[in-house]
Write a protein that binds this ligand. Structure first.
Ligand code: SF4
Length: 495
């Protein structure tokens, strides 16, 4: 029995963060480490705010959690201090709640019934409660390996070790199949390793989960580019099924703006990978913001990751440009691509730390320093309008004024164009769609028989929670393909 008026008794309180000065001096996670007892007591109070709604919108894949997380159930278990059961219910639908608790922008909170009215004090802090259950589970030794009781004798190759690949691999291993995960990078984890900054999720959080997968029987082969280092023919001959979880890492570039060929202009991911490699001990970053005027083009979360990274590298200045207006009060849901999400979700802890954000502006040209290197960007105020013919959003100048911002390093965080070109896809005879993604049938199978796809490679660049949900669902499909039926869950269907 939930506490139906708890939200009136306890204000919404998100997790405490470390002081900005301290955060900028290291790469540790932004959120303050908390004593288990103190954290437990604060989170139990937050769980009191859940009303256990008859229709829990937080939990539904359509409006809230793609994984169908049993949110009211574990909120109630936390409220009553039943951490062991809360951990079991959380892990029943989510392989990696410590990832989503840290990285997911929490569509469940947007969907929470308490979001409807500001008078309620805001949604239940679902994300905080999820992370607390996950961290408590690890600290209390509740996360152990779950080995399959019976081996199926089937072998599955998973290509890509990001969240979708790992979720598929864990589900299939637990179903009794021998799973080999191929990763072309030298270290495992995909975007979790080289895309997500350490200050959002420590790599030790990823490493301990990888250790669990290994203990359960999943085998990993890092530094192996399937299609180059191992022939696709050999892969197909060896494995009974193949899962493609290769991500959608082709960064969108800007070749139309004058000066875009200048040096000093990089894709956001080049900056983030270099910084993550430096944190892993690979030496100084190849793209470094230290001492530079940094301009980040793009107002989304990848841009915010660059923002926090540049601050920690000691940038001279950091400016993030967003062509959309700052909502509210100027917000225009017909134009912004995130109409139903609160503004809060596009504001990240990095934005409290340093630098400035500029809204409703677009770069008109990159200025050359005379030696082929960028030294400034020329901006114009814009209003984004829909092109009637193409339906695309187009920035239109609102006046004749131009402005220059110093820029030694420009980072393009303007999105992703789908899967990268790779020999693997050519050899499988698979071509990306117009959106740059790989299509599949309702059983997650591509046009190549026995080859399945999930995660960003199928969906396009999306949230970690969607990657895990698709990985779990593809595992169900592979298990059914191999065994005729499957008891594994399938939280989502292919879009
Ligand atoms: Fe609790 Fe909010 Fe979900 Fe309702 S919608 S069950 S209040 S978390």
């Amino acid at each position: 029995m939930a506490d139906p008026t708890g939200f009136l008794d306890y204000p919404r309180m998100t997790a405490p963060k470390r002081e900005v000065e301290e955060r900028l001096a290291d790469w540790h996670e932004v959120y303050a480490p908390q004593d288990r007892i103190e954290r437990g007591s604060q989170v139990r109070q937050q769980a009191h705010r859940c009303m256990d709604c008859g229709v829990p919108f937080c939990h539904s894949a359509g409006a809230g959690c793609p994984l169908g997380n049993l949110i009211p159930e574990w909120n109630e278990l936390v409220r009553t201090g039943s951490w062991q059961l809360a951990s079991e219910r959380l892990h029943a639908t989510n392989n990696f709640p410590e990832f989503t608790g840290r990285l997911c922008p929490a569509p469940c909170e947007s969907a929470c019934v308490l979001s409807i009215s500001p008078a309620s004090g805001g949604p239940v802090t679902i994300k905080r409660i999820e992370q607390a259950i996950a961290d408590e589970s690890w600290e209390a030794g509740r996360v152990t390996e779950r080995r399959a009781s019976v081996a199926s004798g089937k072998q599955v190759a998973v290509v890509g070790s990001g969240p979708a690949g790992l979720a598929a691999a864990q589900q299939l291993t637990r179903a009794g199949h021998q799973v080999h995960v191929y990763e072309r990078d030298d270290r495992l984890g995909g975007l979790l390793r080289y895309g997500i900054p350490e200050f959002k999720m420590a790599k030790s959080v990823l490493d301990r989960r990888l250790a669990q997968l290994r203990a359960e029987g999943t085998k990993f082969i890092a530094g192996c580019d399937v299609g180059s280092d191992i022939a696709v023919e050999r892969l197909r001959a060896r494995y009974d099924a193949v899962v493609l979880a290769v991500g959608a890492l082709r960064g969108r570039t800007d070749t139309s703006t004058p000066g875009s060929e200048l040096s000093g202009i990089h894709l956001a991911m080049e900056h983030l990978v270099a910084a993550n490699r430096a944190c892993e001990g690979d030496g100084p970053p190849s793209v470094d913001a230290a001492g530079k005027h940094v301009v980040i083009i793009g107002g989304g979360d990848t841009g915010a990751d660059c923002y926090g990274t540049a601050g920690r590298q000691g940038a001279r200045s950091v400016t993030q440009l967003d062509r959309y207006p700052m909502p509210p009060p100027e917000r225009d849901d017909a134009i912004t691509p995130w109409p139903s999400w609160p503004w809060l979700l596009r504001t990240y802890p990095a934005h409290e730390e340093t630098g400035q954000r500029r809204f409703a502006v677009a770069v008109e040209r990159f200025i050359d320093d005379g030696h082929g290197r960028v030294q400034a960007v020329q901006l114009r105020r814009v209003r984004v309008e829909r092109d009637a013919a193409t339906g695309e959003r187009v920035p239109m100048p609102v006046d004749d004024r131009v402005e220059r911002l110093p820029a030694d390093l420009v980072l393009l965080a303007i999105g992703f164009d789908g899967v990268e070109r790779m020999a693997l896809l050519d050899e499988l005879g698979l071509s990306p769609s117009a959106r740059g993604t790989l299509s599949c049938g309702s059983d997650w199978q591509t046009a190549a028989p026995g080859v399945f796809v999930c995660g960003d490679a199928h969906r396009g660049a999306s949230l970690v929670v969607w990657a895990i949900a698709e990985g779990r669902s593809a595992a169900h499909a592979v298990d059914s393909y191999l065994m005729g039926s499957s008891d594994l869950p399938a939280p989502v269907i292919p879009s």
